[in-house]
Design a protein around this ligand. Structure first.
Ligand SMILES: [Zn+2]
Length: 446
């Protein structure tokens, strides 16, 4: 406890105490844990040992946190290449649960969780909930899918640890979701932002008004990149507070980082998950404030420990201390994965930029799909956007004006021309898990 500024700790929820550690205390704790992690990986993970030997690095060379830059990276391809259990550091007798994450091609990746790993993960989720003011008086509906995907069970265990009453609806069966939400007085929902928007649409069709008929106060949204514009839209239409939770199966699951009430980035639970930002081209660490690829080392994981795992997510560490008083560092909202980047006529375009543009126009529903194709040497970018049934019955002139306004708003952000098509409500794909909003015919045709 000597690491904590005890005099400022009065009134702090015990689960949140590490969020307020002194930076010096946090660095010392991280260094101790990092040394242990490196030693474990060197001794028990043949791939890490081989790569460290190739670089001529031994565990005892890690004397400061900066020395982490001497260590090799891990990537998703390593998890695939070492499928299923080549990166496991604990004996199977200590592993209590598998989780898998599907890849775009081939075999899934498998992560082993020990009892300790589940506790660390649940701690991250419980601290995320505490950060949003959610506690034992709350009823938490977990509408993330349960199963190999970490969303459902992650929020479930973290919610119970926090003392919430958990309603494990999992995904699907929207009618029942809405009925239970209303009848049981659910105050918090956890799901993907696109699924919540689907719930909003279905509620509207049934004449359910979130403000009037529901007790819902918070949404814990993650597993998909989403924008501040989408958050504002959700909050404005339902009266709930929308929170951002971040995580990935390779590192544990949801609860690696979370937004606080200030909504200025996401606090990383860095006593468990050590963050770095690197230049994705040179692989050199970047100073706080600069944008680059997010890399994590799992300081407490014992089943499948990750050393310098490249997440492919683009963000930065926000300099300075948050207004909420938490000293754990913040990453900026993740609105782009480097894997999601589209190169259109030589210009880098992220789906989140398109979302930000269209959300700035009234009457555009938050349902859209992006299509990319190539004719000859020219890339074509088309966005199909649903509009309300009232809008679609407007006269052709107003529809054309709306279409042009949306195209202009998006073009202002991405700086290339785009085709915008307005489509009927409920005509675009929906998803109860992670929603893929892009169809790139250039890749399909290859
Ligand atoms: Zn904060």
């Amino acid at each position: 406890m000597s690491n904590f500024p005890i005099d400022t700790m009065s009134g702090v929820d015990p689960v949140s105490i590490p969020d307020f550690m002194s930076p010096e205390g946090m660095r010392a704790l991280q260094l101790t844990k990092l040394k242990k992690l490196v030693k474990t990986c060197y001794e028990r993970v043949p791939l890490t040992r081989r790569r460290m030997d190739e670089k001529g690095v031994k565990p005892e060379d890690i004397k400061t946190l900066e020395d982490i830059k001497l260590l090799p990276f891990m990537m998703k391809t390593d998890l695939r290449d070492e499928y299923p259990l080549g990166l496991t550091a604990a004996p199977m007798s200590e592993v209590v649960r598998f989780h898998c994450s599907s890849g775009t091609t081939g075999k899934p990746i498998v992560i082993c969780n020990t009892k300790n790993d589940i506790e660390v993960w649940s701690d991250g989720v419980a601290r995320s909930l505490a950060m949003d003011g959610i506690g034992k008086d709350d009823i938490l509906q977990v509408s993330y899918g349960y199963g190999l995907f970490t969303g459902g069970l992650g929020l479930h265990y973290g919610g119970e640890l926090r003392g919430c009453t958990v309603l494990p609806t999992s995904g699907g069966n929207t009618d029942r979701q809405l009925m239970l939400m209303r009848d049981l007085g659910v105050t918090v929902i956890a799901c993907t932002p696109s699924y919540f928007i689907h719930l909003m649409d279905e509620a509207q069709k049934k004449g359910i008004d979130f403000r009037r008929d529901m007790k819902l106060k918070h949404g814990i949204f993650g597993a998909e990149p989403w924008t501040d514009e989408m958050r504002e839209r959700i909050e404005c239409e339902t009266g709930i507070e929308a929170h951002d939770i971040y995580g990935l199966t390779e590192i544990s699951g949801p609860g690696v980082a979370s937004s606080c009430g200030c909504h200025e980035g996401l606090h990383v639970f860095e006593d468990h998950f050590y963050p770095e930002i690197i230049d994705p081209d040179t692989l050199e660490p970047l100073p706080d404030g600069e944008w680059g690829e997010l890399v994590f080392s799992t300081l407490d994981r014992t089943g499948t420990p990750m050393l310098r795992y490249r997440t492919r997510d683009i963000t930065r560490i926000i300099p300075g201390v948050c207004k909420c008083g938490r000293t754990i560092r913040r990453i900026d909202r993740i609105s782009a994965r480097s894997d999601d980047m589209l190169i259109i006529r030589g210009v880098n375009v992220f789906p989140s930029q398109i979302e930000a543009g269209l959300m700035s126009v009234d009457k555009a529903l938050p349902h859209y799909h992006i299509y990319v194709d190539r004719e000859g040497d020219l890339d074509n970018l088309e966005v199909k956007i649903e509009v309300t049934s009232e809008t679609i019955s407007d006269d052709i002139k107003s529809l054309e004006l709306l279409r042009r306004n949306i195209a202009a708003a998006i073009q202002k952000i991405i700086n290339i021309s785009i085709k915008v098509t307005l489509v009927e409500p409920n005509s675009l794909p929906r998803s109860e898990g992670k929603l893929n909003r892009v169809t790139d015919y250039r890749k399909i045709k290859k």
